[in-house]
Design a protein around this ligand. Structure first.
Ligand SMILES: NC(=O)c1ccc[n+]([C@@H]2O[C@H](COP(=O)([O-])OP(=O)(O)OC[C@H]3O[C@@H](n4cnc5c(N)ncnc54)[C@H](OP(=O)(O)O)[C@@H]3O)[C@@H](O)[C@H]2O)c1
Length: 344
């Protein structure tokens, strides 16, 4: 395992982070994994043996069961790892048991600490934007948690670029703790964040931690053109409708991954993860699994490095749509790169 700085913070995290979203659960969460405790603990043990020191969960994952299972599975080993959890999602029908108000953040943090059986959270992540709470209120509540020692670093997830930049500038102006990482959907099937969020993170020193790097299991080779996927897998279930695909583009990428993987004696999943590890700004890729052999497979991606020509092939097949003003900016950038680029 290799370790990278989380953004420009002083934390060193494994380049693979283990996500505990498949632990426990019923209802909607049953689609994702619903692993009993013993299976969850087995995955935590394999992750730790593989050198992973960075674990991710959230209050909403299986309504607290994921946090409970993760805390219990880590036990004494908790002190040696970087533990991330999230707040923002609705936790009950109580009107205020949701969002990024001071009320919900302070209550939510106490509840997460209890479930995780720990007295501090290394990285406390706001799960998404809250459209009614002023950012000042959210950031000051988070800053207080750091002051109280309940939280050590702050992260953000699923923010638009303007929301993240606004939050960073409020923190700067008011001398509050700043977000150090961004958790965002990033994979060969979802490179949209390269338009705005990646340049922002590079400029501001925010570490990117991609979620759903295998697009919920699609980028593993077990889903093929015209064939039903395995029915026990998340994406093979009829009710699953979370991450949509453009079939032509998606299968072409899987085909290329298969060709590339053979050269490295690797699997399609390993190549898809390896691609993300080569992307600028990425600190740690959040992997997940329902079975030990999946996790063992994914862990092997850290043993080799995808070559530049293979990255270029995958880049070309997966390039994201460039909405305005990005195509215009791309065009106008050229006259700063070379004086011969002049329109007459
Ligand atoms: N911030 C957010 O909004 C957000 C959102 C989603 C996730 N996350 C975080 O990101 C983590 C990862 O997300 P994800 O679970 O969607 O990641 P993913 O890597 O896209 O999908 C993981 C799923 O793919 C299948 N899989 C994994 N490795 C495989 C392999 N080698 N061969 C075959 N199948 C394999 C397994 O599901 P099946 O066995 O069911 O096929 C596994 O549960 C989560 O645990 C969570 O911590 C955050």
């Amino acid at each position: 395992m290799k370790y990278r700085q989380l953004g420009k913070s002083g934390l060193l995290v494994s380049e693979l982070c283990f996500g505990a979203m498949t632990f426990g659960g019923d209802g909607f969460w049953k689609l994702i994994g619903s692993l009993p405790f013993e299976n969850s603990k087995r995955l935590v043990d394999i992750a730790l043996d593989g050198g992973i020191n960075f674990f991710d969960t959230a209050d909403v994952y299986s309504f607290g069961m994921s946090e409970e299972f993760l805390g219990k599975a880590l036990g004494d080993r908790r002190k040696d790892i970087i533990l991330a959890t999230k707040v923002r999602g609705r936790m009950s029908k109580n009107l205020n048991d949701v969002g990024l108000s001071r009320h919900h953040i302070l209550n939510g943090c106490n509840e997460s600490l209890k479930r995780l059986a720990t007295d501090y959270i290394d990285l406390y992540i706001v799960h998404s934007f809250d459209f009614i709470t002023p950012l000042e209120e959210t950031l000051s509540a988070l800053n207080d948690l750091v002051g109280q020692g309940k939280v050590r670093y702050l992260g953000v997830s699923n923010y638009a670029a303007w929301q993240l930049m606004k939050a960073l500038s409020i923190s700067e102006r008011k001398n509050l703790e700043k977000f150090v990482s961004l958790q965002a959907l990033y994979s060969l099937l979802s490179r949209d964040l390269e338009n705005e969020l990646v340049p922002l993170c590079l400029d501001q020193g925010i570490g990117i931690t991609p979620w759903s790097p295998l697009y919920g299991g699609f980028l593993t080779g077990k889903f093929r053109r015209g064939m039903p996927g395995p029915s026990e897998s998340r994406r093979g279930k009829e009710q699953y409708n979370f991450l949509q695909i453009n079939e032509d583009k998606a299968y072409a990428i899987v085909d290329e991954l298969e060709i590339i993987s053979k050269k490295y004696n690797a699997t399609i999943a390993q190549s898809a993860l390896n691609y993300l590890l080569r992307k600028p700004g990425v600190s740690s890729v959040i992997i997940s699994a329902t079975k030990p052999e999946q996790l063992e497979d994914n862990l092997k991606t850290v043993d080799w490095i995808l070559a530049a020509d293979d990255i270029a092939k995958l880049d070309a097949l997966s390039s994201p749509y460039k909405p305005y003003p990005h195509w215009m900016l791309e065009m106008t950038r050229r006259d700063r790169e070379n004086p011969d680029n002049i329109r007459r």
